[in-house]
Design a protein around this ligand. Structure first.
Ligand SMILES: O=C[C@H](O)[C@H](O)COP(=O)(O)O
Ligand SMILES: C=C(OP(=O)(O)O)C(=O)O
Length: 357
């Protein structure tokens, strides 16, 4: 009688990270682009670059054609506002679920419960290569502790989500990631878990992981010095307003942490109503115009078309360019609200520099 694996129905071997990356190699141009993008975010966090960074894009990618069309549009917008905003595309393949549901393109690329994870990773890596080639840096949520070995060379910023900020496994993983990383506050709105995470992630850790040859290994990390909090609201309350931002600044200062705050305009900050995201963004812009110095980035959930749709057995019924997870703002709104933000920030900087003349 076996006492092990009694709830495991099957184990499939996965290609090693090394072999996988050889199948989908990066060019020197992509490597340079990713490193420059990561450095730009580090410079924003260090106040050597006075722009804001913006993580914007679909809640989840389920259709690579729509994701590429989105990336082409976002690149054009990014070029127009790049004097004020450094734009990264949300390319989220791993979705944490409150209970159950589709867990993202890597887990189930054919949206049909066939869970062809190796295929999902290939489709995902090919898409990330193309988006980097377009010239857009990529942001993701680092959810699975194994997948960074397969994908992280294509990513410029990662989030640890509200459901995993308190998890030791995710803090350990983040302490070894090469990207600047945002920790969301908890789903109940609590800041404490994110503040604790920031303290944990800046230290080195020793933990279990895999090496490039896919061997289980003891990983020793040196700690991530570019972690920051992401305010996303929670427990039915918003936390993007100036009072909550000020309270967060105090918490960070009390713990001798860098006072760097990103605001997620979606999730509980917009009560999961995508139409409210532009109002949150407007509020953030206003706080900056009034002198806020701690907000370094914003996040928006946006797709080609607004809203969301249910994933059913009939995939042919899916509407093109519409989210199958959280509701998003559509492209027109995305473009207009980011252009407006950039224009207001431009005017602010012009008036400040005129006052110095
Ligand atoms: O951002 C996405 C969702 O909010 C998150 O994955 C949780 O989704 P769920 O509550 O629909 O499972
Ligand atoms: C799941 C997400 O956010 P949160 O962790 O804030 O719920 C997300 O940004 O996709």
């Amino acid at each position: 009688m076996s006492l092990e694996n009694t709830n495991i129905t099957n184990l499939e071997r996965l290609v090693t990270p090394l072999e996988f990356k050889q199948q989908f190699p990066v060019t020197d141009a992509i490597t340079t682009h990713v490193e420059r993008s990561r450095q730009t975010i580090r410079d924003i966090l260090d106040r050597k670059d006075n722009r804001l960074f913006v993580v914007v894009g679909p809640c989840s990618v389920h259709d690579t054609k729509a994701a590429l069309e989105y990336a082409e549009r976002l690149k054009r917008l990014s070029d127009e506002v790049q004097d004020q905003l450094f734009i990264l595309m949300r390319v989220y393949f791993e979705k944490p679920r409150t209970t159950v549901g589709w867990k993202g393109l890597i887990n189930d690329p054919y949206l049909d419960g066939s869970f062809q994870i190796e295929k999902g990773m290939s489709i995902g890596r090919e898409l990330m290569i193309k988006i980097n080639e377009i010239g857009l840096p990529i942001a993701n949520e680092a959810l699975d502790p194994i997948s960074p070995q397969y994908m992280q060379d294509l990513i410029s910023w990662s989030a640890i989500g509200a459901r995993t900020t308190e998890s030791q496994t995710h803090r350990e993983m983040a302490s070894g990631l090469s990207v600047p990383i945002g920790f969301k506050n908890g789903t109940d709105g609590s800041l404490g878990v994110a503040i604790n995470a920031l303290q944990s992630v800046s230290s080195g850790h020793s933990f279990l992981g895999i090496d490039p040859q896919g061997k289980v290994s003891i990983v020793h990390s040196s700690g991530n010095q570019y972690a920051h909090i992401v305010l996303r609201g929670g427990g039915g309350k918003q936390n993007y307003d100036s009072v909550n931002v000020r309270l967060t600044e105090r918490e960070l200062r009390d713990k001798a942490l860098p006072v760097n705050i990103m605001v997620d305009c979606s999730h509980a900050n917009s009560n999961k109503d995508p139409e409210l995201q532009p109002l949150v963004l407007e509020n953030i812009t206003q706080q900056i115009l009034e002198g806020n110095q701690s907000i370094i980035g914003v996040m928006l959930e946006s797709h080609l078309n607004p809203g969301s749709q249910k994933l059913t057995d009939d995939k042919s019924a899916l509407e093109y360019g519409v989210s199958i997870t959280d509701g998003c703002i559509g492209w027109d709104t995305t473009e207009s609200c980011l252009k407006e933000m950039a224009s207001k920030l431009r005017q602010l900087k012009q008036s400040v520099s005129q006052n110095y003349v």
